[in-house]
Design a protein. Structure first.
Length: 166
């Protein structure tokens, strides 16, 4: 699903969205605002690329980060729950994490490059998704994975909306 169709779905359903992003580093929110009318759907977004911000802004437990890593479904769930407690008054809360490339440090990761985790909180229901995204070519794989993660998020959020509303 491309951005115009995603935004149209939110507008048609009179829904708003707030994001907590790690792997996409703001690309999800930026994609939403790339289309006219975005101010009626996007409440805001937080980029919590570092574990410190996941803890400080979203209330992710340091124990969760230590046990599962920052790139895990457990962390993503805590991120979306923390986002929902910030008083943004959105219809949909979304958190996305994953692995776009191998770290240059000895940082602990769990999973493989292309692994994406998504948590969606809509109408009090939590939906979780994970998938391994493959780049189209061997050049600029990091950004290809980030872009695919945005499309993955749009598709899964649309699926959630249609499932809950029907």
């Amino acid at each position: 699903m491309k951005t115009p169709e995603f935004n149209s779905l939110l507008i048609q359903k009179n829904l708003t969205i707030a994001t907590a992003e790690s792997i996409t580093a703001g690309l999800l929110s930026s994609s939403i605002v790339s289309v006219s009318g975005a101010s009626s759907v996007l409440k805001g977004g937080i980029v919590t690329y570092s574990t410190e911000l996941k803890v400080k802004l979203l209330g992710v437990s340091p124990e969760t980060l230590e046990k599962y890593s920052a790139e895990s479904i457990e962390t993503t769930i805590e991120m979306v729950k923390g986002l929902s407690r910030l008083g943004l008054d959105a219809s949909i809360y979304v958190a996305i994490t994953g692995i776009a490339s191998l770290p240059v440090t000895d940082y602990k990761i769990s999973g493989e490059v292309g692994q994406v985790y998504l948590a969606v909180l809509y109408n009090g229901e939590l939906f979780c998704f994970q998938e391994i995204l493959q780049p189209e070519s061997s050049q600029d794989t990091r950004n290809q994975i980030r872009e695919k993660a945005v499309m993955f998020a749009f598709e899964r959020i649309a699926t959630v909306i249609n499932k809950v509303d029907n």
